[in-house]
Design a protein around this ligand. Structure first.
Ligand code: FMN
Length: 260
């Protein structure tokens, strides 16, 4: 049994390699009774600011996992900042004892920091990394990815920097331009229902937004832009092995009325 959260498909691609029953966290978060039982239970998700995304944290905190082997695979793009150690601590605080935590370096979807055309051109050897991880999971290896003092310092520096940001930074994250054609795709890839249609235009509501960037990357018109400077406002990303329908299926919060 594997739970995943994905914005642009990287973590779903990893989850699909594991060949287990796959459950989207954006959907499972609504389960009334979150008690899950399996021989092995895994979570795959991206790293946000060196930690697990808020939605995943909420899911972990509200769930009971009955298993002998709990593992996490974190996808990241550039600098993990000790994510394995931070995640281990989070899990232990929640009474979950991880057998295995590992990381996969993939395209970095953080638009203020990276140009997606450059990220797509880089070969980060994802399949090579996955080969080792798959062997580990199959053999039930006990392992937590190592963390150095440099990683910890990077995280401290990040915390100091974000502490200086103003409280309304999230409410100023996105703007929707005149290019919007009202296709509604953004509303259906958002795991938090932060976008809706008004007439032929999409409207973004900052409440609950965790800045996962699923909407901005999925917009076929590139009509969603960040208010902070982007490296390349004309480049967007989706994992090459994952379709837009798979991201909609994973994240759509609007029930049966699904875009096809
Ligand atoms: C809000 C946000 C924060 C991120 N923070 C980090 C980070 O601290 N370190 C890093 O290496 N990558 C970071 N990333 C990049 C993602 O972890 C990475 O691209 C991931 O593979 C995306 O997975 P997905 O396609 O399944 O959503 C961040 C991305 C977003 C959207």
């Amino acid at each position: 049994m594997i739970f995943y959260f994905t914005a642009t498909g990287n973590s779903l691609y990893v989850a699909k390699q594991l060949n287990e029953t796959r459950i989207s966290i954006a959907q499972a978060i609504h389960d009334r009774e979150k008690i899950y039982t399996a021989d092995k239970i895994g979570i795959v998700c991206p790293v946000f600011g060196h930690e697990v995304p808020p939605l995943v944290r909420e899911f972990l905190a509200g769930s009971t996992f009955r298993t002998d082997y709990f593992y996490m695979i974190l996808t990241y793009g550039n600098r993990h900042g000790g994510a394995a150690e931070l995640t281990q601590k989070l899990l232990e605080d929640l009474g979950i004892h991880p057998s295995y935590i590992n990381l996969v370096l993939m395209a970095d979807i953080f638009l203020p920091g990276f140009d997606m055309n450059e990220q797509k051109a880089l070969d980060k050897n994802v399949d090579g990394q996955m080969e080792r991880i798959l062997q580990d999971i199959v053999s039930g290896k006990e392992y937590i990815a190592p963390v150095t003092d440099t990683d910890r310092a990077a995280h401290r520096e990040y915390l100091d920097r974000t502490a200086e940001m103003s409280d309304d930074v999230f409410s100023r994250t996105y703007r929707i331009t005149e290019e919007c054609i009202g296709c509604g795709i953004c509303t259906k890839v958002c795991p938090k229902k932060c976008l809706h249609m008004e007439g032929q235009k999409s409207v973004w509501n900052p409440e609950g937004c965790m800045m996962c960037m699923a909407c901005i990357h999925a917009c076929p018109m590139m009509a969603i832009q960040m208010r902070m400077p982007e490296k390349n406002p004309k480049a967007r990303y989706r994992n090459e092995h994952i379709s837009i329908c798979e991201i909609v299926d994973a994240n759509n919060q609007w029930g049966e009325d699904t875009f096809r």
